[in-house]
Design a protein around this ligand. Structure first.
Ligand code: NAD
Ligand code: ZN
Length: 351
């Protein structure tokens, strides 16, 4: 679990005092990895850079990759003689995952792709802080950092992955556009549905999942004021992430990873594109999703898979079916009896 968290509008102003005791010396910098959507914004002016600290703007147009992590790590190692005092990630799931991965790979040898999987990381990373600016993924609280590698899209899941400190400032999510707000928010909703309907469910996951689901209903079906909606979605994301920490995601995530691997479809929208066709697995969840989508006038793209050939479908199916824990959570140990390549191809064709 994340050992330290602060919450509240404007709490970004406390970052300086939080970092101060963590600075090893004036040669050991803090590296701020910031979504480039904030270039030239007030947020950047508030960041407490000192000495040789560095601000790196990173585009979230593409989701994080293992070679991108490796390149950032070798750049930091090349530029400084001392190991950094810490890494601060500011942005959505993309930037949060990059920050976690860079922090881990500064102290673990080899390429980050060697650590994609479960509990392969040997050493704790450098101190790392997460500051989400869009809510839904739960990346701020989870024990994974999802990376696209040469062979697979898979997380580095380990006890060393979670942030040492998280700062939840709902004001930072003010500028998110409506479609992206919905897609990333639905990631949280889908985490809840997949966790609460999974065979891995236990009282720990259920308690967080139910709370997150209630908050999602309030945010997406209620009539909250914008500031209250931002606050509640930020906490929904947190609880949704906690829920899957002790269970797993399910069918939508497995299939969305396939879409993402082959076509670069982003996580939030990809989950939505798959989830709408999963009525047979999650009937109540899909009905609720359709209601939310309608209320917010969201129109999902169609025909994404219409030009694909057999090899393309096979690639997506093999990425999806390779995520065994997700299927086992969704359908139990005998999942292979229901889930066949033909079955998945049928669903991909609808997308
Ligand atoms: P994102 O980080 O990719 O950002 C989506 C878009 O929103 C980007 O264009 C970004 O620039 C923009 N944005 C972010 N904050 C903004 C703000 N305040 N104002 C205006 N624009 C803003 O989106 P995401 O959905 O948060 O993250 C997706 C990533 O998270 C994927 O890479 C996925 O694999 C990962 N993920 C990780 C976990 C985990 O547990 N580690 C869980 C789920 C998803
Ligand atoms: Zn997700």
């Amino acid at each position: 679990m994340v050992p330290k968290v602060i919450f509240g509008n404007g709490c970004l102003s406390q970052l300086g005092e939080i970092l101060l005791p963590k600075r090893k010396n004036s040669e050991a910098p803090f590296i701020f990895l910031v979504d480039d959507v904030f270039e030239g914004s007030d947020l950047v002016e508030q960041l407490p850079l000192l000495f040789n600290d560095q601000l790196v703007f990173i585009s979230a147009d593409e989701e994080p990759k293992t070679d991108q992590v490796d390149a950032l790590v070798s750049r930091i190692k090349g530029e400084y003689t001392e190991m950094p005092s810490g890494i601060i990630g500011i942005g959505g799931g993309t930037l949060l995952d990059l920050a976690k991965a860079v922090a881990l790979m500064l102290t673990n040898t080899g390429s980050s792709s060697l650590y994609q999987g479960w509990d392969l990381v040997k050493r704790s990373g450098v101190y790392h802080v997460g500051i989400p600016t869009i809510s839904g993924t739960g990346a701020e609280v989870s024990r994974t950092t999802v990376l696209m590698g040469p062979e697979k899209k898979l997380g580095i899941n380990s006890d060393f992955t979670p942030f040492d400190q998280v700062l939840l400032d709902p004001n930072l999510a003010k500028g998110v556009d409506r479609d992206q707000w919905f897609y990333t928010g639905m990631d949280c909703f889908i985490h809840c549905i997949e966790s609460l309907n999974g065979t891995y469910l236990n009282a720990f996951s259920q308690s967080y999942g139910e709370k997150a689901l209630d908050l999602c209903r309030e945010v997406f079906l209620g009539s909250l004021a914008p500031s209250e909606s931002r606050e509640k979605l930020m906490m929904a994301s947190w609880h949704g992430g906690m829920s899957i920490a002790y269970s797993q995601v399910g069918v939508a995530h497995a299939m969305s990873y396939g879409l993402s691997f082959l076509l670069g479809v982003r996580h939030g929208i990809g989950n939505c594109m798959v989830f709408q066709h999963l009525g047979e697995f999650y009937p109540e969840g899909v009905a609720l999703f359709q209601k939310m989508k309608k209320k917010h006038g969201i129109v999902l793209p169609t025909g994404i898979c219409s030009d694909l050939g057999n090899d393309d479908f096979d690639t997506m199916i093999s990425v999806a079916m390779g995520l065994e824990p997700l299927w086992e959570n969704a359908l139990g140990k005998d999942w292979k009896k229901t889930i066949t390549p033909q079955k998945l191809r049928g669903i991909y064709e609808k997308i």
